[in-house]
Design a protein around this ligand. Structure first.
Ligand code: ADP
Ligand code: MG
Length: 484
């Protein structure tokens, strides 16, 4: 019996404003505990929240970017629960009337494109942080402390419809969403610091069932790898449970990275447990058409627009165009190469950025903005491929030498110093071919009896004799001639 996994994600995106959503304290990360918590954040009686317009502008930008409805009027609500790091005993969030309604996000899962509907995105404040175990109290005792620096940090919670069908799809969506919010400049995207946290709702059902199964919610996953693992573990756990005659209980679970498993945290609250009601301290949030226009005019060119441009203008495949526009710095890097090398080099540039450049960045754990090889250097490398000075294969060696800073990281100096210049002298190539033919009578015989593979093997031998430097097109042509 085969099973289908159903996933909906709720993502907490920390909006990169200077001050908090309802108070003037700083949101900077890493300050000493409680140095960025004022009267409002500490919830002293009589203190009142004031809406941060920057946070709203960032929510508007998100709504416009995903083609959602930006609500002209939305309402803040109190969501009640007790927890030591929540001094008001309620969180200001949005409930019935969120600021962003609907919208879509498209992304590639492998080579296949998928579009997911978003339910909503709402503004809310973050809670503080409990410091367990590692916290030493005023008398030197081990205890639990509360750091309210994060209290009131603006969050945009982005909710999908339950339309994701595998861990890989969930990760592809999360990556695309991460790329988009960073692209828009509304979030710094730093997952280690908690700027982008994903809750995964997971259920399973038998293939062909029309009703959804009971879901569990895995809270606060802060890496793409852990998101994938947590979903895979949780889906397997649910399937085994049902196959053994059990039933899934709706609950909140925690993913333990060290053990690679999820475990129960608390039974899931229903909405009525939170006693939501409109927050009387804040007026309804009114967004005028003018405000929306202003935000729209200040938005950068969106990934979708760039993607379309790369396809129509530069002739890239939909897949390449989508992958390059997952991150703005990557797209910018690609465009700079094209600007230097010319549009006819766009496909070459796409292949290199997504191949050699990305692989090398991953290997050295560098970000694209730290890439040691500049777009101009790559453009020059391409010119040496185009004018037949080097082959594509040798170009990779030259690239790595540039990466390592050899010979002043200059393309021509590296080719010269390493003797990598392609052999295009037909006399020299011809001599090498003769030697290979003479030494491989059996393979030549196979070729003549119709085996194409034998030809490739001979080409390989000639390239080997030339240490990879012979012009491959020339080798092919001359060899064919000589074999008759
Ligand atoms: P709540 O109000 O309890 O948070 P929602 O109905 O808002 O619940 O849904 C929260 C998330 O759970 C959404 O992303 C939604 O797509 C997802 N979801 C709802 N039902 C299921 C299900 N049966 N399986 C997987 N995900 C689900
Ligand atoms: Mg929810």
């Amino acid at each position: 019996m085969s099973w289908e996994i159903v996933i909906g994600l709720e993502t907490h995106v920390q909006l990169s404003t200077k001050s908090k959503i309802f108070s003037g304290s700083s949101t900077a990360f890493g300050a000493a505990p409680n140095t960025q918590a004022n009267l409002v954040d500490m919830a002293l009686p009589g203190s009142l929240p004031v809406m941060n317009r920057e946070a709203v502008a960032k929510a508007i930008a998100f709504g416009l970017a995903i083609g959602a409805k930006v609500a002209p009027l939305s309402v803040f609500a109190r969501k009640h629960y007790f927890y030591p790091d929540l001094p008001k005993n309620y969180q200001i969030s949005q409930y019935e009337l969120p600021v962003v309604v609907g919208g879509k996000l498209s992304f590639f899962v492998g080579e296949e494109e998928k579009t997911i509907n978003l339910t909503r995105a709402h503004l809310e404040e973050d809670a503080g942080k409990s410091l367990h175990d590692d916290f030493t109290g005023p008398l030197g005792e081990l205890s639990t402390g509360i750091d309210l620096n994060r209290t009131g940090t603006p969050l945009l919670e982005i909710v999908t419809e339950p339309e994701l069908r595998s861990a890989a799809e969930a990760v592809a969506y999360a990556r695309a969403l991460h790329g988009l919010v960073v692209w828009l400049g509304i979030c710094d995207g730093n997952m280690q610091e908690g700027s982008f946290r994903v809750d995964a709702n997971v259920s399973v059902r038998r293939q062909g069932d029309t009703e959804f199964g009971t879901r569990t919610e895995i809270k606060n996953v802060n890496s793409f790898r852990f998101l994938e693992r947590a979903i895979l573990f949780e889906a397997r756990r649910q399937i085994e449970l049902i196959e053994d005659g059990g039933t899934v209980v709706q609950e909140t679970r925690l993913y333990d990275e060290a053990k690679d498993e999820t475990r129960s945290m608390r039974s899931k609250e229903d909405a009525h447990d939170y006693r939501y009601f409109p927050c009387p301290d804040l007026p309804p949030l009114v967004i005028s058409a003018d405000w929306m226009d202003k935000v729209r005019n200040e938005m950068p060119e969106l990934p979708a627009a760039r993607r379309a441009r790369y396809e129509s203008d530069l002739g890239l495949s939909a897949y390449h165009a989508a992958q390059l526009t997952l991150s703005r710095p990557v797209a910018d890097y690609f465009e700079q190469i094209v600007a230097e090398a010319g549009k006819d080099q766009a496909k070459q540039a796409a292949n290199w950025v997504m191949g050699e450049v990305m692989a090398s960045l991953n290997r050295d754990e560098l970000d694209i903005v730290q890439c040691p090889v500049t777009p101009a250097q790559l453009a020059k490398l391409f010119a040496r491929i185009s004018d037949n000075t080097i082959s594509n294969k040798i170009a990779r060696d030259v690239f790595q030498a540039m990466w390592a800073g050899e010979n002043g990281a200059d393309v021509d100096a590296i080719i010269e110093a390493k003797g990598l210049k392609q052999i295009s002298d037909s006399g020299a190539i011809s001599a090498m071919i003769d030697e290979v033919i003479a030494a491989n009578a059996a393979i030549v015989e196979e070729y003549r009896s119709g085996k194409q593979k034998a030809f490739n093997s001979l080409v390989g031998q000639v390239m080997k004799a030339a240490k990879g430097k012979a012009n491959p097109a020339q080798v092919n042509e001359l060899l064919k001639q000589k074999l008759g």
